[in-house]
Design a protein. Structure first.
Length: 396
């Protein structure tokens, strides 16, 4: 029997139920519509230290939309084009081979383009993806599992390995944003941390977002929990979470002197900071009204780029039903195919450690949920988004 009452804060209820069940150590969230905060909070287990003000998170793949935004800026400035071939910037990627099965390789049928990188159709893979021979090669090379290599060294390794598919032939979540980040470095002559700082963090006042956590803020960095290291292969499971604390420093160091950064993950941020970035995705401008790029570039950034022939997109064991992909993340095309509540045009992305956001321009709606759990079986973001749209339906 449904015991919900009208106008109930369903995000609060959902978050608290997950905490009560010890599925997460802490959950922080915010839901904003038409400039008004509809729901926000931070709940945690009694033993957690997550009740600190403005906790800092390892946001993993929520790094990707930020890097992609800079690529869109450079395209708006005519410094880069979707059709540009990646070999213009990384020559060795012009001669990579493609895995054709049974240990055999074939030549590239079409060059890798900037659009391929932005849309995860370049043919690269990720070491945690199951049933992929190229992912096995990535695991052997410790592409994602270790932070001891520079971004340039990682790209150098990728140029010696085959692609998992021909460019444009499949949607496959991948290290493509790492490759894109190195392209951006070559285009601008700036290291990625400096580039993001100049173009995103400083203009938006994202003062707690960087590839490291300074010593004076370290007491705000949340501990990591989970069941699987980033570079380990995904395992299909219906088992609930267990709050086992993990040491992820070797793969995701917090010290500035580590020199670690990537395009696909690596940033630390707060809920407050990331909401400022989400405002740009929703409006094309900073919260104080500074335009980040022209209207045409903004509309193009949001447009789905994945043809029906490559849908549905599948990430490991998870089908992203109803979603396509634009230039920064998922974008909803057909809500009837989605397992949770959503709306046409809603888009966003997530991080491996249970961070998640969505932006719905048509409904002037933004939502974000943050925790720190690697390999979670309850999909925190989907549950919180479902609760948010359910609450809006009650109000409407």
């Amino acid at each position: 029997m449904n015991t919900d009452t009208p106008n109930q804060d369903k995000l609060q209820v959902q978050a608290q139920s997950l905490i009560d069940a010890s599925q997460f150590s802490s959950i922080e969230w915010q839901l904003v519509q038409n400039g008004n905060i509809l729901s926000q909070g931070l709940v945690s287990t009694p033993e957690a230290t997550a009740s600190i003000a403005s906790p800092i998170y390892r946001i993993y793949s929520m790094t990707k939309p930020i890097v992609s935004l800079v690529a869109v800026q450079l395209m708006a400035e005519k410094k880069l084009k979707l059709s540009d071939q990646v070999k213009q910037f990384i020559p060795a990627l012009g001669s990579v081979q493609v895995d054709s099965g049974n240990g055999k390789h074939e030549a590239l049928a079409t060059p890798i383009s900037i659009e391929h990188l932005l849309t995860h159709t370049a043919g690269f893979s990720y070491d945690f993806l199951p049933n992929c021979a190229v992912a096995e090669r990535y695991r052997e090379a410790d592409i994602s599992g270790g932070a001891n290599k520079s971004l340039a060294e990682v790209i150098g390794l990728l140029t010696t390995m085959p692609l998992a598919s021909q460019p444009g032939a499949q949607w496959r979540y991948s290290v493509a944003t790492d490759v894109l980040a190195h392209v951006l470095e070559n285009v601008t002559g700036m290291a990625l941390p400096d580039l993001l700082n100049a173009r995103v963090f400083k203009p938006l006042g994202m003062n707690d977002t960087a590839f490291y956590v300074p010593a004076e803020k370290l007491d705000r960095l949340l501990p990591m929990y989970g069941s699987r290291e980033l570079g380990q292969v995904m395992v299909e499971s219906d088992q609930p979470n267990t709050l086992n604390e993990m040491d992820v420093e070797s793969a995701y160091p917090h010290r500035q002197d580590s020199g670690f950064y990537r395009g696909g993950h690596g940033l630390f941020s707060t809920l407050e900071d990331y909401i400022k970035f989400m405002h740009v995705l929703k409006t094309g401008a900073t919260p104080d009204g500074q335009t980040m790029f022209d209207t045409g570039s903004f509309d193009n950034m949001w447009a789905n780029k994945i043809p029906d022939s490559l849908l549905p997109m599948v990430l490991g064991f998870n089908e992203l039903g109803g979603y396509g992909w634009n230039l920064f993340g998922r974008v909803m095309q057909n809500p009837a195919q989605c397992e949770f509540k959503t709306s046409v045009g809603e888009g966003g992305w997530a991080g491996a450690a249970s961070t998640y956001f969505w932006v719905d321009r048509d409904n002037d709606l933004s939502g974000i949920a943050m925790s720190q759990y690697l390999g979670s079986n309850p999909h925190l973001g989907a549950l919180m988004q479902h609760a948010a749209y359910g609450m809006l339906a009650d109000v409407g």
